[in-house]
Design a protein around this ligand. Structure first.
Ligand code: NAD
Length: 242
C-alpha cells in the first residue's frame, strides 16, 4: 500500500490542491480543517472520485488534544502517517499595535504551534518505520518579514527555524523535514486584497503573475516522493519575487 498522507487545512486552497495531487496517485489521504464542515465534506467527496482512501476530520490544527485524536484515529483506521504536510494557516493584515493579543496568540497557535503539534504526534510512528517526510507550508515573510504582517511573519519564521532544526534532528532516523516559502499564491486567503492591490503586487513579481495552488502542490508532491538527501531546507516558490 502507498504511504499515508496527512494534510492539515485542506478543505480548500493549497492544502486541497496537495491532497488532490496525492489522491490522483492513489495515496490514502487524510485531510483536516478547523471550520467549514460542508467545504471539508465536499473536498472529501471530490477526492474520493480518484478511487483511493480518503478520511476527513474537523479539528483545530493548533489544538494538541484535537490533533491527537485525529492522528490516533488515522493510525487505527489506516496506519502510520508517513507523509505529513503542515499547511493549515491564517493571515491577518494590519498594524501590530492594532492587533488584539488574543488574535496574535491565535496566529502563533494556528501557524506555528500547529506545525509542532502534528509533527510531535506523527514522529514516533515515523521513527518506528525509519521513514517519513514532513513538509511545512511557509511564506517568504518567514524569510524576510513583512510590514503589517508582523505576527504572521513571526509564526512563519518560527516554522522555518523549526524545519531547519528538526531536519537535523530527524535525519539519522531517515526522516526528512523541509519547508516551502510561498510567495503570493492565488487562493481565497488573498480575497481581502482589492483588484488594484493585486495588480500592484503582480507588477512587483518578476514572473508577472501569482503562483497557483497546483504549483505548490506539485512541489509538495515532488519533495514527498523523492529527495531523501534534501533535509532541513526552506525552498522559496515565489516567481523570483523576494
Ligand atoms: P486558504 O485560506 O485558502 O486555506 C487555508 C486552509 O486552512 C482552509 O482549509 C482552512 O479551513 C484551514 N484552516 C485554517 N485554520 C485552521 C486551523 N486552525 N486548523 C485546521 N485548519 C485550518 O489559504 P491557503 O492560501 O491555501 O494557505 C495555505 C497555507 O499556505 C497557509 O499556511 C498559508 O499561510 C500559506 N501561504 C499562503 C500564501 C498565499 O498567498 N495564499 C502565501 C504564503 C503562504
Amino acid at each position: 500500500m502507498k504511504k499515508i498522507v496527512m494534510i492539515t487545512g485542506a478543505s480548500r486552497g493549497i492544502g486541497y490542491a496537495a491532497a488532490k495531487r496525492f489522491a490522483k496517485e492513489q495515496y490514502p489521504v487524510v485531510i483536516t480543517s478547523s471550520k467549514r464542515k460542508e467545504e471539508l465534506k465536499k473536498a472529501e467527496e471530490n477526492l474520493k472520485q480518484y478511487g483511493g482512501l480518503v478520511l476527513s476530520f474537523l479539528a483545530d490544527a493548533g489544538d494538541y488534544k484535537q490533533m491527537e485524536k485525529v492522528v490516533r484515529e488515522t493510525e487505527h483506521q489506516l496506519g502510520t502517517v508517513e507523509i505529513l504536510v503542515n499547511n493549515a494557516g491564517i493571515a491577518w493584515i494590519g498594524l501590530f499595535q492594532d492587533m488584539e493579543y488574543l488574535v496574535y496568540e491565535q496566529m502563533i497557535r494556528t501557524n506555528l504551534l500547529s506545525v509542532m503539534h502534528s509533527s510531535h504526534l506523527v514522529i514516533p510512528g515515523m521513527i518506528h518505520k525509519k521513514a517519513g517526510k514532513i513538509i511545512n507550508i511557509s511564506s517568504v515573510w518567514g524569510n524576510v518579514g513583512a510590514s503589517c504582517e508582523a505576527a504572521y511573519s513571526a509564526a512563519k519564521s518560527g516554522v522555518n527555524g523549526f524545519t531547519r532544526a528538526l531536519g537535523k534532528e530527524l535525519a539519522p532516523s531517515h526522516i526528512q523535514v523541509n519547508g516551502i516559502a510561498c510567495g503570493v499564491i492565488d487562493t481565497q486567503m488573498n480575497d481581502c486584497l482589492t483588484l488594484e492591490e493585486k495588480e500592484q503586487l503582480i507588477e512587483e513579481i518578476p514572473a508577472g503573475r501569482f503562483g497557483q495552488a497546483e504549483e505548490v502542490a506539485e512541489l509538495v508532491y515532488q519533495i514527498a516522493v523523492g529527495h531523501e538527501y534534501l533535509n532541513g531546507q526552506i525552498i522559496t516558490l515565489d516567481g523570483g519575487w523576494i
